[in-house]
Design a protein around this ligand. Structure first.
Ligand code: FAD
Length: 550
């Protein structure tokens, strides 16, 4: 099995530079991850590279929902509603630990986006198109019932509500589990490796020069086919081409803010109208709730879109108008800004541009995928890999397997896990309790790691047997075990990788990051066996990450 350990980086680099691949995927967000898994499962020899951490772009900055596609109904995108509805079911089946159905409340207010009639009609059409299963059909509430479902709603103007199902996910972890599954099946994957130049043979792209962003070294990687899956960076990468095309993307920015539930004590996820006729979410998560999203055209740094004072005051105003609360910017604990890579359509407002994906082929043969959603990643990958296979089989006689990712259980999905998740939960809960973990901690681990939780338990057991005495002995055992697992099994290179994309703590548990960040940096430096200066770099980078989310 290929390694996905940060410690094995030199060995992985030797492997990716030492032979020719069928496919080089540039970009390790959910789009590139899905393509790598699909192509590997069909029998192609694949390498996947990202210039930052995996999911370091939009794929860790979404609303974290596997949508059924309700909002596309407003844009009359019936085909898209049908596709994402079916995809939601597939993702749930293949990664039950990372996708959980949850009731979403759609309040109906006077002069809102929906009245009772249009909301019910919309729901029926949506549930029919998306193939929503009967036990998850919507429920209609009167004003009193709506207020009981979410007591924080302001009562005036409320005429009723609808409860329907959305599926929650952890976008970054979903991306990682797809990559882990791809690596298990043969993909070579590496982060912090930036494509800086293309290599050509007879005017056709046959590889790329990759720069190691950790030390500046350059490497050449050769492949029969190259895919540009760089999300918001699609045009930037395309610009490296000798004959680059016109720009394909329109970038819009979306911001989410995290508030402590003591200040915003919502019981229930709510999808509600804004004063400027948009709709946004408030979603409770543990002791926090997050609000989002904005949707504004964006030009600026793609790596650090940033949260502006205007973004904050817009979202706070939306919530203060709709709920009995009086939030101020001092109540914001954390947040994130993400960029939507939308396919360019002139003359449309940010919220009107379609979320559909499109595949392009450049003059030199590079396959480019633009647009799309987290939810539709698998189908997007299927379309791209069909093109890759077509290209390769036009050039040499070879047979590849058909697409099987609808039945490919992702890492952490585990066969028994997928078959009976509640039984699996019970088993892992009782084992976690014997290791001295608290119920809430175990629940979080089950949803974060799925069937891979056993590997965490084994690390924890080894600590319980060993005699304490190292410098970082004060780090809670659970945090330490997760750091070790992230480095050895999930190619975690820096504390920000760990606190943002491996665990989401920077967003939803910033107190722990502030309390243990320095110790975590020291532990990571020791495990990675690097020079002393690394700890200073880690500390500075983590400090910057903490500042950025405020
Ligand atoms: P990215 O995740 O950005 O990945 C591209 C990767 O390419 C990056 O990691 C980057 O580092 C890498 N890269 C760039 N240039 C290079 C290079 N030269 N060399 C190597 N690597 C490179 N969808 C849903 O289904 N549900 C939601 O709830 C949802 N909410 C959203 C909310 C917001 C605010 C936003 C912005 C989007 C949301 N989406 C949602 C859409 C979804 O998040 C995106 O469609 C998806 O994450 C895009 O993934 P991607 O892999 O195409 O891009």
């Amino acid at each position: 099995m290929n390694s996905f350990s940060a410690i094995q980086r030199p060995d992985i680099i030797r492997k990716i530079t030492g032979s020719e691949f069928d496919l080089l995927v540039i970009g390790g967000g959910i789009t590139g991850a899905g393509i790598a898994l699909d192509a590997t499962a069909r029998g192609l020899k694949v390498v996947l590279a990202d210039m930052q951490d995996f999911a370091g772009g939009t794929s860790s900055r979404s609303t974290k929902l596997i949508h059924g596609g309700l909002r596309y109904l407003k844009q009359l995108e019936f085909k898209l509603v049908a596709e994402v509805g079916k995809e939601r079911e597939i993702i749930h089946k293949n990664a039950p630990h990372l996708t959980r159905p949850e009731k979403m409340l759609l309040p109906i207010v006077k002069n809102g986006s929906f009245n009772k009639f249009s909301a019910r009609l919309g729901m029926w059409v949506y549930e029919w198109l998306a193939g929503v299963k009967k036990e998850e059909w919507h429920q209609v509430l009167n004003a009193e019932e709506t207020k009981r479902a979410e007591p924080l709603l302001i009562k005036e103007n409320l005429s009723g509500g609808i409860l329907y199902y959305e599926y929650r996910t952890d976008d970054a972890r979903l991306t990682l589990e797809i990559i882990k599954e791809a690596v298990k099946r043969g993909t070579q994957a590496i982060n912090y490796m930036k494509a800086v130049e293309f290599i050509y043979k007879n005017e056709k792209i046959c590889g790329a020069k990759l720069r190691d962003e950790l030390n500046g070294k350059l490497y050449e990687v050769y492949a029969g086919c190259v895919v540009n899956a760089t999300g918001p960076w699609v045009d930037e990468l395309d610009d490296l081409e000798k004959k680059h095309d016109t720009h394909k993307l329109h970038i819009t920015k979306g911001v989410h803010l995290v508030i402590n539930k003591k200040k915003l004590p919502v019981k229930q996820a709510v999808y509600f109208d804004t004063h400027d006729r948009r709709m946004i979410f408030v979603i409770p998560k543990g002791e926090k709730a997050y609000i989002g999203t904005t949707d504004t055209f964006y030009e600026g740094s793609l790596s650090n879109p940033g949260i502006t004072p205007e973004d904050k005051s817009y979202l706070l105003k939306c919530v203060n108008n709709y709920f009995s609360c009086n939030l101020t910017s001092g109540d914001i604990e954390s947040g994130w800004a993400g960029l939507r890579p939308l396919v360019n359509k002139k003359g449309k407002g940010p919220s009107e541009i379609s979320r559909k994906d499109e595949v392009f082929i450049s003059e030199s043969g590079m396959i480019i995928i633009a647009g799309g959603k987290l939810t539709g990643y698998r189908k997007m990958a299927e379309r791209v890999v069909n093109k890759v296979v077509e290209k390769i089989t036009n050039e040499r006689p070879e047979k590849f397997l058909p697409c099987t990712t609808d039945k490919t259980i992702l890492s952490g999905g585990g066969t028994e896990t997928a078959a009976n998740f509640s039984e699996f939960e019970k088993l892992k809960m009782s084992r976690g309790l014997t290791l001295g973990l608290r119920q809430e901690e175990i629940k979080e681990l089950i949803y974060r790691y799925g069937s891979n939780i056993e590997e965490l338990y084994t690390i924890i057991e080894s600590f319980l047997k060993s005699v304490p005495g190292s410098n970082e002995k004060d780090i809670p055992v659970l945090l330490k075990a997760q750091i070790i697992y992230a480095i050895e099994k999930e190619m975690c290179q820096t504390p920000s990788d760990f606190f943002i994309r491996r665990t989401g703590m920077l967003y939803f548990d910033i107190e722990t990051v502030k309390r243990w960040g320095a110790e975590a940096s020291l532990l990571m430096q020791k495990i990675l066996n690097s020079e002393d200066k690394l700890k200073d770099r880690f500390d500075a980078e983590l400090k910057k990450s903490i500042e950025e989310v405020k």
